[in-house]
Design a protein around this ligand. Structure first.
Ligand code: SF4
Length: 350
């Protein structure tokens, strides 16, 4: 069975293509932009399939000083404002807008992670930065994956993309759809916002062409959040509801998404699957990509299927784990380690 008819297999190929070839149409061997690819991140209301972060290579390398784990908003507040010389934390940091006890907790977490210096002066905590938190994120690109973009998929996708275009949280939004080989890609005839780019991607061999170029969105300007829209057909005269979104909120949200992407990458899919199931396999698609494969289902399973509630789940037999077990684990653990090593190789400086 073709592993790419399901969105999940296609999505993983899009991630791999982005890692190799982003930005489209340029010489990706140039060193001017570093790329981080992640998947299934966004806001409470809207989650993007694939996220590409375009970064400055030098500042991205300096981000590695802070370790592979994400920095949440409390930690960022401390680390971005930490002084170069020792100072009482309440004098050094701007008021966070929430109780200081949460700041103290973040200071202890940062000290435990070795990314902030702290000392006691009487009963006061003083802090000093180890490194300046770098401005490593340049652009955020969101890609929706629809291998089979028929009219009904396009309708749903159209309203999601309108939401993204109005909000202007990502610098660019794209749809990746499977190459059809037709002279004009059918996706161009669908009713999608003209600001969204269209990428036609062939998963095997991994190639892509730009069918429609996107417009850059004004991420530094106030955005518009669409709360509700009339959906009662052509005769529905009810009003849509909107609210404005402050650019500062957008900047914080972009960095929060970027930090999560930095931690997770796109190979973390295995974290939510069951590599400890005897039917779980990783099958190589090229020298650097392995896709999950379920021997019981005879195809690439989705992350949602491959969970504790899967009817075909069977634990790995203990005999598979005898060598080095329980420290090294069986084949499932080995799959996790391979993916983790590949993820780290993609973070310069780690
Ligand atoms: S049988 Fe179920 S749990 Fe096991 S690998 Fe397949 S989908 Fe995952």
């Amino acid at each position: 069975m073709d592993p790419y008819t399901a969105e999940f297999g296609f999505e993983l190929r899009t991630c791999r293509w982005a890692e190799l070839a982003w930005p489209p149409g340029t010489d990706s061997t140039s060193d001017e932009t570093a790329i981080i690819v992640a998947r299934q991140l966004g806001t409470k209301r809207r989650r993007w399939d694939t996220i590409v972060l375009e970064c400055d290579p030098e500042t991205l390398r300096r981000r590695a000083n802070f370790g592979p784990k994400r920095l949440d908003s409390d930690l960022l507040h401390v680390l971005r404002n930490a002084p170069a010389e020792w100072a009482y934390y309440r004098d050094a940091l701007p008021h966070p807008g929430y109780p200081w006890r949460y700041v103290r907790e973040a200071i202890h977490t940062a000290a435990d992670r070795g990314i902030l210096e702290t000392r006691r002066s009487g009963n006061r905590i003083e802090i000093r930065r180890k490194w300046t938190y770098p401005d490593w994120l340049e652009r955020v690109v969101a890609i929706e994956n629809k291998p089979d973009l028929d009219a009904s998929a396009a309708r749903t996708l159209g309203s999601q993309l309108e939401y993204d275009v109005a909000m202007e949280l990502a610098d660019e939004v794209w749809v990746a759809t499977r190459q059809t080989g037709e002279r004009v890609e059918p996706a161009l005839f669908e009713d999608l916002p003209i600001e969204a780019g269209i990428l036609s991607l062939e998963p095997d061999p991994l190639t892509a062409e730009v069918a429609w170029h996107p417009r850059s969105l004004a991420v530094d300007e106030p955005g518009t959040r669409i709360l509700e829209r009339p959906d009662g057909g052509k005769r529905d005269g009810s009003a849509a509801r909107f609210e404005f979104v402050n650019p500062d909120w957008k900047a914080d949200k972009r960095l929060a998404i970027a930090e999560r992407a930095y931690e997770r990458g796109w190979r973390s899919f295995v974290d939510t699957m069951r590599p400890d199931c005897r039917h779980f396999q990783l099958r190589a698609r090229d020298a650097h990509q392995a896709l999950p494969y379920c021997a019981a289902k005879g195809r690439c399973q989705t992350a949602a299927e491959c969970s504790g509630s899967c009817g075909d789940f069977e634990p790995e037999p203990p005999a598979w784990r005898t060598r080095g077990w329980p420290i090294e684990g069986g084949p499932g653990k080995r799959s996790q380690r391979i993916l983790e090593a590949r993820r780290r190789r993609r973070r310069p400086g780690l």
